[in-house]
Each structure stands twice: as C-alpha cells, then as structure tokens.
Design a binder for this molecule. Structure first.
Ligand code: PGA
Length: 256
C-alpha cells in the first residue's frame, strides 16, 4: 500500500436504527434530516439503515437526497427456504447500497461467527452492496489483554477475498461501549484503528488501498467531533443517537 493512500478519507456517518422505528414517525424523522441536508453543506457521506419494514418507504423517498440506504443484515444464501430471512438481492432490489454485517448483537445473540459473516459479505458484494463489517472486543477480553487477538481473528475471517477498499468499511465497535454510555479513550480508539490498518495492510492482500475504518459505540452529538478528529477514524456507526433527528443532525454537522 502506498503512502499516498494514508491521507484522511471522506468521512461516513452510518445510522443503525436496529429494531426501532414505526412508519409515520420514522418518515417524519427522515424528512427532518432531508430538509437539513437540503439547506446546508454536508461534509460526509450519510447512510441510514432502518428496519426492513421501512426499506420500501425509504427507497421511494431517498433518491436525490444524497442519503444512501443500507440493510442491517443479509442471509448468506442467494434465496430459498429460510423463513424470516432477507437476501442481499432483496436489499439491492430496495436500492440498498450498504449492509451492516457481523454486528455484535448478532454475533452474541444469534451466535453468528466470523466465517458466516464472511459468507454474507461475499454474497453482498456479488449483489454490488458495500459491506460494513463490525468487529470489537468484550470488556472481559479487553481487561484480559485479548482485545487485539479477538479483533484480528474477526477481521481475518469476516472479510472475504472479494473485498476491496471501495466495497468494504470496517466498523470498530467495542461491545462494552455499545448502548452503555461508556466510550473508550481517544488513545484506545486510535490504537485499535491503527492496529486494524496494520492487519489489513499486512495480512489481507486483497486490499490495494486502505478501507475506511469507522468507530461505533455510544456516539452522540457531544462526543462525535472529538472522535472524528482521532487519527485513523474515518467515520461513525451510530445506534441510539441516530433515532433522534436533532441529535443525528448534530453528529452529521460535526463531520464538517
Ligand atoms: P449505540 O450503538 O450508538 O447505541 O451505542 C452503536 C451500534 O450498535 O452500532
């Protein structure tokens, strides 16, 4: 990888709505963001990942706004008898350009392993969907100096051979920071982002350039600017704060 690729990348702010959002209030929230974007200059790429039930409404209203649409997961098979699942092709059909994969809530509660995440990423790429691949350690792992070992394992096995800097974003989300209000220090974030860059550069030969590496976990409009200014942080994956349109707009503003 050449040195010229190491400059600060265009930031990306991703809203992960998780299992939240009913039709009427969600569309009002979306309208709020859309109006703000229309009225001001935005210094980042914006992706909204609503629940599946809202994808169609977003797909209708998102064109021309500059906002991109994402799914929160996809199945690793193209189609078939998988009750309750959604395919990458279906996400693409709903105009999704991104999909979040390997979120810790799925890794933990649904026992989703890194190999499975890698298969999902492969089929997402086959459908021209960019992947947001989540990695991160638990508090136990951090306290026992296992954080880097765990994150390395997740990176190596979750990111498939078809990944490039253009179709892949890595999201570093320490499990202990998600939804807890606890945020790592700037030094801890910088250290892990640099470590992820190093693993990718040294061990994932499919990358000719550095992918964006975003941080996620208890982001709000008060801490977003300082976290975005950390070396190696190319954007944010935002959960709870992205449900409040004022709060989410504050985060977008901090990327200017
Ligand atoms: P949070 O969630 O911002 O509510 O901590 C982040 C995430 O799970 O992606």
């Amino acid at each position: 990888m050449s040195k010229k690729n190491k400059s600060k990348k265009f930031p990306i702010i991703i809203a992960n709505w998780k299992m939240n959002g009913l039709l009427r209030e969600s569309m009002q929230n979306f309208k709020h963001i859309r109006t703000n974007i229309h009225d001001s200059l935005v210094g980042c790429e914006i992706v909204v990942c609503p629940p599946y039930t809202l994808l169609r409404d977003f797909a209708e209203k998102i064109p021309g706004t500059g906002i991109k649409l994402g799914g929160q997961n996809c199945h690793h098979e193209p189609d078939g008898a998988y009750t309750g699942e959604i395919s990458a092709h279906m996400l693409r059909d709903m105009t999704c350009e991104y999909v979040i994969l390997g979120h810790s809530e799925r890794r933990t509660t649904l026992n989703e392993g890194s190999e499975m995440v890698g298969k999902k990423a492969t089929i997402a790429h086959q459908n021209k969907i960019n992947t947001i691949i989540c990695v991160g350690e638990t508090l136990y792992e951090r306290d026992n100096e296992l954080a880097k070992i765990v994150v390395r394992e997740q990176i190596i096995h979750s990111i498939p051979k078809c990944s490039t800097a253009e179709n892949t974003i890595v999201a570093y989300e320490p499990v202990w920071a998600i939804g807890t209000g606890a945020v790592p220090t700037s030094e801890q974030i910088e250290e892990m982002h640099k470590y992820i860059q190093t693993i990718i550069a040294q061990e994932l030969t499919q990358f000719k350039n550095e992918p964006r590496i975003v941080y996620g976990g208890s982001i709000n409009s008060n801490n977003s600017e300082s976290i975005l200014s950390i070396d190696g942080v190319d954007g944010l994956l935002v959960g709870k704060a992205s449900l409040d349109p004022e709060e989410f707009w504050g985060i977008i503003e901090s990327a200017k």
